[in-house]
Design a protein around this ligand. Structure first.
Ligand SMILES: Cc1cc2nc3c(=O)[nH]c(=O)nc-3n(C[C@H](O)[C@H](O)[C@H](O)COP(=O)(O)O)c2cc1C
Length: 182
């Protein structure tokens, strides 16, 4: 079982948001969490776009998410919202797939003017799936160098990212011990 599932919603071959998500996954692995990375690019497109809810691939994604102790969901801002391909995947998952699950939302965008996309688009859809949203992270393209092992090149946003990740792991651990005790 994977403790943390990271979902990358960018269709780009070499994606900024995905590089940041992979970096977060590596930080979590250093904290001894098991991490599974799901990219929208790895989910068969015809199963998503033909709404094949019962296909083995969608079943596998669903199980991974349902069994996770925490989920990180990342997307680029596209036209002021999350990517359409991420929404296409979320649409065919069970409506409570994130039940009882702490969720860290993350978006990257070219412009600060779409900072609120995380509040008005990504968080509501994750809450609809019954996820427990943390504050979340919005990174600008100029704060990212996707070729670097640590792609977050702005010190201020790097510190905020690490702080959010720490809150996330604290909640995941607290939730895990509560479940264990009950
Ligand atoms: C089709 C498309 C639409 C975009 N729309 C926006 C937008 O509305 N607002 C914004 O700030 N950036 C926008 N961008 C810029 C991306 O959000 C930004 O470059 C992001 O970091 C790309 O992430 P990725 O490399 O993970 O796909 C857009 C980029 C593309 C390709």
């Amino acid at each position: 079982m994977s403790e943390i599932v990271v979902i990358s919603g960018s269709p780009s071959a070499f994606s900024r948001s995905e590089q940041v998500l992979k970096y977060l996954g590596n930080l979590l692995k250093q904290e001894h969490f098991s991490v599974t990375h799901i990219s929208i690019k790895d989910v068969p497109a015809e199963e998503v776009f033909q709404g094949k809810f019962d296909s083995p691939a969608i079943h596998e994604v669903t199980e991974l998410i349902q069994n996770a102790k925490g989920v990180i969901v990342g997307s680029p801002v596209y036209k002021g919202a999350y990517s359409g391909v991420l929404k296409a995947l979320l649409d065919i998952l069970p409506q409570d797939v994130l039940k009882h699950t702490p969720v860290l939302p993350l978006m990257t965008g070219g412009s600060a003017s779409h900072l609120l996309a995380i509040e008005y688009t990504l968080k509501p859809v994750l809450a609809t799936l019954k996820g427990h949203n943390l504050k979340g992270l919005y990174l600008l393209d100029r704060q990212i160098d996707k070729r670097k092992e640590n792609p977050i090149i702005d010190e201020d946003i790097l510190q905020r990212t690490k702080k959010q990740l720490q809150y996330f792991t604290e909640i995941v651990n607290r939730q895990a011990s509560t479940v264990f005790l009950t």
